[in-house]
Design a protein around this ligand. Sequence first.
Ligand code: BGC
Length: 408
Amino acid sequence: MTSFPKGFIWGTATAAHQVEGGNTASDFWPLEMAPNSIFAEPSGDACDHYHLYDRDIALLQQLGFGAYRFSIEWARIQPEEKFFSQAALDHYRRVLGTCLTHGIIPMVTFHHFTSPLWFTRDGGWEDKSAVDRFARYCERAGKALGDLIAYVCTINEANLPLMFTRYTELARPWRRSRRISEVARSIGADPERFAPFLFGNANLAAPNLIAAHKKGAVAIKATGCTAPVGITLATQDFHAEPGGEAMAKQLDHHINGQFFEAMRGDDFVGVQTYSRTRVGARGPLPAAEGAETTQMGYEFYPEGLEATIRNAAKVSGCPIIVTENGIGTEDDARRIAYTERALKGVLRCIADGIDVRGYIHWSMMDNYEWREGYRPRFGLIEVDRTTQQRKPKPSAYWLGEVAKHNAL
Ligand code: BGC
């Protein structure tokens, strides 16, 4: 079989902070600007997608894609706890309208790593108040935008902080990072309460993230928004090496299973997989010696996607959408090879009766890869960040053709 089911969704993804530029009210901005920053470089103007979205969405249509997954930025919409910006909501209405004009299905993520600074300096996701705060934002944004949205992803990779924590914990108990605390002090925040999504205590945050997803989904639906609502997860394909079986099982439940279980009954689960993780008796291991690795240091292992789709579908019982999959590489031919192999895995899942509804590639364009800065190249489209010119890579044309034909 080389064809995908009728109506299969083909798209590409971005996240606001990684492409828009100038996200100054967010918690990541001071973290990136700090003199002793843990980030390779600041995000700055990024790809200026905030102003160039029209051009970018038109290009997606030309290439043959039918969907665009992007995030709306909470820090722009609610830059202060007491203030929701109508101008920011209007901006995102224009972005959604542009998608619809170009025949592109908009899939909207409400939280993709960044939060408003006021939220993070007051306990962020570690504090129980996060649940109501997030639901309130969902309600406001849902009311303003819900009629134009086709799919909602509440929180991106809600299990990712736990993955970082779990890995660190294997060596030593979780501690607030000294450099993150320094940034907190420099902006007059209490370092004990300053908890950015990626760098807080995930053991405290995880239950709040799950509860916030649930309450946020209810709040969005209550606005009359009829779009399917789901969460996206950094789904991990754990491979036990000899002696690592028990540890791999434990990690699988901690990072994947407990989240899949919590999502039972949801409209869909978003699967996001980039590689696999080998596991020894004491925890995760680096890629094997001699294995091909990507710019992120991950093993080149496209089959990880098939494994995580199977796992997510089985445990959650939900329809699956691949909301991210891709590779950081300078060699675009390897991107095509990677994606083709990953898609063959998706086809095998579908042939086995698994309800996979779409494939969204990360990323539409080269962008800000968080702590790594602009070095890793995940984009189907190259960006010259001085002129903000876009240039589709061969992989963009290749995947666009796959999308047009709905077949490999
Ligand atoms: C995140 C993206 C990130 C990508 C590549 C995912 O974990 O959702 O924001 O750029 O992986 O590392």
